[in-house]
Design a protein around this ligand. Sequence first.
Ligand code: ASP
Ligand code: MG
Length: 418
Amino acid sequence: MLVFKFGGASVKDAAGIINLSNIVKKYAAEPLLIVVSAMGKTTNALEKLTQAYIDQSDNLTVLFDELKRYHYQIIEELFEPGHPVFNEVANTFVEIDWAIEDEPQDDEDFIYDQLVSIGELVSTRIVAAYLNKVNIKTQWLDVRGYVHTDNNYREGNVDWVKTRESIQHNIPTLLNKGIVVTQGFLGGTSENFTTTLGREGSDYTASIFAACLQADSVTTWKDVPGILNADPKFFSDTIKFDELSYTEAIEMTYYGASVIHPKTIKPLQNANIPLLVKSFNNPEAPGTIIKEAAETTFTKPVIILKQNQVLLSISPRDYSFISENHLSEIFRLFAAQQIKVNVMQTSALSFSVCFDFKAGRFTKLLEGLSSGFKVKYNEGISLITLRHDKQGVLKELVSGKTVLMEQVSRNTAQVVLR
Ligand code: ASP
Ligand code: MG
């Protein structure tokens, strides 16, 4: 069986959904499970709506109306009036009406998941209805009964034992009856509340289903021809890799390459299932295949740019050397704020560390550090990671720029730049 994942960009308008159906048609003879994200920038819009609800802002109805208008415009293009999809979509949006009726009482992360999840619940209704309309027999599946998570809202941890059991028990029979369309990014708790798996988590959903069903492959359909050595938004003359090893793909996502969600690869590697990254604009082209024994010649290095970084330098207040006890206290504070370190360096008197800027967490981290440490920091800086820089591209990239920190190992070079 095959697993396909269609991201937000592939279903951003009516043409995108028609294109999806044309791709799916070619594979409809095989058992196929399709994971779909929210349409276009819907998740961003729902994040704004959630914030407006939490702040009880006047903007709330405007944002909600815009979101509904965007979806209704698409279904009006795809379906004749009176088609059942209009009711399905309306019934899904009603969940938002109910959730925002009263003033916010619950934990913000909980509220976030209950509201933001509507994006995928709506998009999958539309995609499933359209596939049926064009005679591709399709069943809509509520993923929340299959991907079981704990109640760590906004970053649900998958209970693999329960998830495997549910998926293996029910999905094979469903796949015999036609295509299954389900939501990426969402999970359900044991109390039947909705969780999300972290932004861009739909790839991970595809990988969970594939691993549990021992799929032949997973294909993620994107607006790029495959995995490129660098983001074409920031770098010119990019090249596409035909093949990459699981390990290389894991390293790339670890350093911040945003083509695939970081949690996606490991379950596929464990089950030895290849991951194809292909263009939905050019479905016949081979794209990139991520698999065990990949042959890759790095004619250009992998370049990963992370913006909006903080470089924080931490020294003990009593001017003592940085000791293991200091480091363990510092890491405890980072862990408490769930701040992931991107690069770090120690000297005799200070510890420097670069990480993604997240306002609330950063403030709390500084509060925690303030009793024992002095801090200095730079905000709004960039981190560039290069892998396999055999051509010495790093030199070119940093020329004329202020390098605040640099770290070079055999395959990886990292520089923090202003
Ligand atoms: N819709 C979610 C997001 O935009 C999940 C995904 O697209 O993978 O983050
Ligand atoms: Mg997305």
